[in-house]
Design a protein around this ligand. Structure first.
Ligand SMILES: [Zn+2]
Ligand SMILES: [Zn+2]
Length: 357
């Protein structure tokens, strides 16, 4: 035990850094409460409980704080603390800029074939102007009728159309085929397997039953994440933090004004662990009204070892420039550029998705 750190001091340090970064109060409180609960234990009891995994039986100690304590006692700087220290005081603006510059494409976009506002050609030309090497077209799947989701037949026609559009686009740029497929209530994906197989990139998102209870939502997401066709888990919590920007329409929103929506409830650590295990990327959705996942969950996905995709979910050409927002949040959470799949070339990206399905 000679090299053990002081776990209570580590928990307090984490709380301090979270406060300084203006994180949610309850998050800070989790570390302060754990520090307080553990301060009453003898060193021997603390070591014993860390060893047999019973720290979480104490009021105020959760999985994350217990893990920090175990790491401290093993003489390691807790991963959670290390990430906070790595991002504090660094030039986040420069980091976000570097991350944005490293992105070579966008893996979540919509055209007027579903609920986007513009033809595929216009989306592609805007992407070329932004300096992208590729744009993944991910219109909605059949059951999202409110967003004019594409039936299998319409999707096949879209694939033919994309091939024609690609032939006319500048060298060095291409539209990759894709879909934003609904994750259905049982966790299955709302499109034919042969089509999912054929597409370059499959983003899967939950659009219904967002208020379902925790165990049901967790099961649904775990089933989807384990599906080898699913490459990227889209807007993970489904939250809406603010009203939709002026002039922007989207699924289920026509005719409605301001609305917000709470995060759906699921076991995020289990879902992120599954994403890491199955090599499914977690989307950082750049839309200002979504900002999904929230920063505390991005940090947990980083800890879990997940890959990421920083996407715009653009429904109009100008929105393709929203990647900067996602990059800022990624930089704040210490997302390394080499874990972001859209920093890869189109060839690398497609090799990855096809190696999985
Ligand atoms: Zn969506
Ligand atoms: Zn979308």
């Amino acid at each position: 035990m000679a090299h053990a750190r002081d776990p209570i001091a580590d928990l307090r340090r984490i709380a301090f850094l979270l406060e300084r970064a203006n994180e949610a109060t309850y998050r800070v409180r989790a570390f302060r409460s754990a520090a307080k609960a553990l301060a009453g234990l003898s060193a021997a009891e603390l070591t014993e409980r860390a060893g047999n995994g019973t720290l979480t039986e104490l009021a105020g100690v959760g999985d994350v704080t217990a893990r920090c304590v175990a790491e401290s006692l093993a003489g390691e700087e807790p991963v959670y603390l290390r990430r906070l220290v790595a991002t504090e005081g660094s030039d986040l603006d420069a980091e976000a800029t570097a991350l944005r510059a490293a992105l070579r494409g966008d893996c979540h976009t919509h055209s007027d074939w579903s609920d986007g506002g513009s033809p595929i050609e216009e989306m592609a030309l805007a992407a070329v102007e932004l300096g992208h090497e590729y744009l993944v077209l991910t219109d909605h799947s059949p059951r999202l009728t409110v967003a004019r989701g594409l039936t299998a037949d319409r999707l096949r026609r879209q694939l033919d159309h994309v091939a024609r559009v690609n032939a006319a686009l500048p060298e060095g740029f291409r539209i990759l085929t894709g879909i934003e497929v609904d994750i259905l209530a049982d966790g299955s994906l709302d499109q034919d397997d042969d089509l999912l197989e054929r597409l370059d990139v499959v983003v899967g998102s939950v659009h219904s039953g967002l208020k379902d209870e925790r165990s049901k939502m967790t099961r649904r997401m775990l089933t989807a994440v384990a599906n080898p066709h699913l490459d990227i888990l889209g807007h993970v919590t489904g939250r809406m933090v603010s009203s939709r920007p002026a002039g922007v329409t989207g699924p289920g929103d026509r005719g409605h004004r301001a609305r917000t929506r709470a995060e759906s409830d699921f076991d995020a650590d289990a879902v992120f662990a599954a994403c890491a295990e199955h090599d499914t990327a977690v989307e950082i959705n750049s839309r200002p009204e979504r900002q999904d996942p929230p920063k505390r969950l991005i940090r947990r996905a980083v800890e879990a070892g997940c890959r990421f995709a920083i996407n715009t979910d653009a429904h109009a050409p100008g929105q393709l420039d929203w990647q900067r927002f996602g990059c800022e949040r990624a930089a704040l959470c210490g997302v390394p550029a080499d874990r972001v799949v859209n920093t890869w070339s189109a060839e690398h990206l497609v090799a990855w998705t096809h190696s999985r399905a």
